[in-house]
Ligand binder design. Structure first.
Ligand SMILES: Nc1ncnc2c1ncn2[C@@H]1O[C@H](COP(=O)(O)OP(=O)(O)OP(=O)(O)O)[C@@H](O)[C@H]1O
Length: 527
């Protein structure tokens, strides 16, 4: 396929690309992560890299940033060969990566993080803290980052941490920054601010490689897009000339259907009117998160609990699953009160959880896909408290098939899976318990467009099987599959929408500019 984005614009001064990788191959044992892959990023360009889960994007990033050596291929920065493997300072002056998981150290101040290992000019000279602070202030000021350098990094928001990481990267001289799913933990306003800052930096000649499963963000921010599929480069094109369907087709290798996940659910009958209330949250008050919040989910229903970062929606979902003790109010399943603050009590009540952060609450990294997927159901894997490996494998293999998890096998350590496929294991594990009420917090985080439809359909099936699901998310795609969406703002329910809402309405409500009257009261809307 022709690369329509590689020719220089008329009149442009042709300079060597900030980064150019050709013929890159990388294997992990039997898995081919990259096969003769390539990418070229021009100066000041914002270039998107997209592809399905496991396509090889993160592997390319680790090659581009000097974390992994490719088996074959060449890499050049601004026309020069890449530094020697392991020469960290030299790599840092050419490229930096801002990951979804921060590399900032929470216990150190912002200034210390910025100048980590370079606090003083020589190892023998004592660190001058006042100087360090001033240098940090200057650096942050230069890039317009409004953060106090003496604050401990753990007190920063996700957004502030990203800005500090970007400023740090630029201070090493890098003019090429890789952003690996930087918007995953930001709300709509945070994303706007990040994009504004990136555009500013782009005008100053900084180039970006932007990885995201949110294709709209690619259209909003990037000029060029490269698509990888099954470890190989498929296409590079100008974003402006490429329709969304064409882009999805390049990613999946299939002709794109117009049926989205939400359309499929919309076609299915809505939850039967008058069906019983399965989950009831009444007057829930959680310290620092919400006050007097009520909602209910009926049998057969998928309810969304929407809200921006500070809305408290995630904490409500977590409280329902037993992770927080309530200061007031009640959670009940099928009419029976569930003790809050106790995960075993929630599990016993039939509540399953897809947690927000798979790294912290989700997976045991060095254990296999099979073990991780079955952690919650060991009682079903053998008699008298034993776990039969064959039964574990069979159980896991079914899940791998059901959720389309891309893995060499059930025995592969979960750490060897791509991010999106790890997320599918987390969802598989929650589904394994066959929960009466599934609480899924941002369940499609890091999951590609096609797999997203798949996962959401699976969650819908929980409700379809006479159970109920609560999807806690600010992702419009996640919310669209819901029968109803309750929107929270600053700890309160401020609006409720039935199916068929418009994106602008939902975004406005999440930002506290609700066009609908506050109406999340279950008494009015529950039946
Ligand atoms: N350390 C590793 N050991 C074994 N296999 C690995 C390792 N890292 C990645 N892989 C495999 O290489 C392939 C490419 O993975 P990669 O993480 O690059 O995909 P990705 O495109 O970034 O996916 P995602 O969108 O899910 O993050 C996958 O099949 C993955 O399982």
């Amino acid at each position: 396929m022709a690369d329509s984005a590689t020719a220089p614009a008329p009149g442009a001064v042709s300079r060597a690309p900030v980064a150019e990788a050709t013929g890159i191959s990388k294997r992990y044992g039997a898995t081919v992560a990259l096969r003769d892959a390539r990418i070229t990023i021009a100066e000041g360009e914002s270039h998107a890299l997209v592809g399905r889960n496991g396509a090889g994007k993160s592997t390319l990033v680790s090659v581009l940033t000097g974390l992994q050596q490719p088996d074959t291929g060449t890499l050049r920065f601004s026309g020069e060969p890449a530094p020697a493997f392991g020469d960290i300072d030299a790599w840092r002056s050419r490229v930096a990566c801002v990951y979804q998981r921060s590399t900032i150290i929470g216990d150190l101040t912002v200034a210390e993080n910025l100048f980590l290992n370079r606090q003083s000019d020589s190892a023998l000279r004592p660190i001058r803290w006042k100087d360090l602070r001033q240098r940090a202030e200057q650096l942050l000021g230069e890039y317009g980052v409004d953060v106090d350098p003496s604050v401990r990094a753990r007190h920063l928001t996700v957004e502030q941490r990203q800005f500090v990481e970007i400023a740090r990267a630029l201070s090493f001289g890098a003019r090429f920054i890789v952003l690996d799913e930087p918007t995953a933990k930001l709300d709509a306003r945070g994303i706007d601010r990040l994009f504004d800052r990136l555009r500013d930096l782009q005008r100053q000649g900084v180039a970006f490689l932007f990885i995201s499963h949110h294709l709209q963000e690619v259209y909003d921010l990037c000029t060029t897009v490269t698509v990888y599929r099954d470890a190989a480069h498929i296409r590079t094109a100008a974003v402006a000339g490429l329709g969304k369907h064409e882009l999805v087709e390049a990613m999946t290798g299939e002709s794109a259907t117009t049926t989205d996940a939400h359309d499929a659910r919309a076609a299915s009958p809505a939850s039967p009117a008058g069906s019983e209330e399965l989950l009831r949250v009444e007057g829930l008050t959680l310290a620092g998160a919400c006050r007097d919040l009520s909602l209910s989910v009926r049998t057969g229903e998928v309810v969304g609990l929407a809200g921006a970062t500070a809305s408290g929606n995630v904490q409500v979902g977590e409280a329902v699953a037993g992770l927080h003790r309530a200061e007031g109010g009640r959670v009940s399943v099928d009419g029976r009160t569930v003790r809050t603050g106790s995960v075993p009590a929630s599990l016993a009540a039939g509540i399953g959880l897809v947690p927000e952060d798979r790294h912290v609450q989700g997976l045991v990294n060095n254990r296999s896909v099979a073990e991780n997927a079955t952690l919650t159901v060991t009682d079903q894997l053998g008699p008298f408290g034993t776990v039969l490996p064959a039964r574990t494998r069979a159980f896991a293999q079914r899940m791998i098939r059901d959720l389309d998890i891309k893995t060499p096998g059930a025995g592969t350590p979960v750490s060897a899976l791509s991010g999106g496929n790890q997320q599918k294991v987390v969802v598989a594990r929650a589904l394994a318990t066959d929960p009466h009420v599934l609480v899924a917090i941002r369940p499609t985080n890091g999951v590609d467009v096609k797999s997203k439809e798949f996962l959401l359909a699976r969650i819908g099936e929980v409700a379809g099987a006479g159970k109920a699901a609560l999807i806690v998310s600010d992702e419009l795609d996640d919310l669209r599959v819901c029968d109803r969406v309750v929107v929270m703002f600053h700890g309160r329910a401020v609006a409720e929408f039935d199916r068929g809402w418009k994106d602008e309405q939902m975004v406005a409500a999440m930002e506290g500019v609700a066009g609908t009257p506050a109406a999340a009261d279950t008494e009015e809307h529950g039946r």
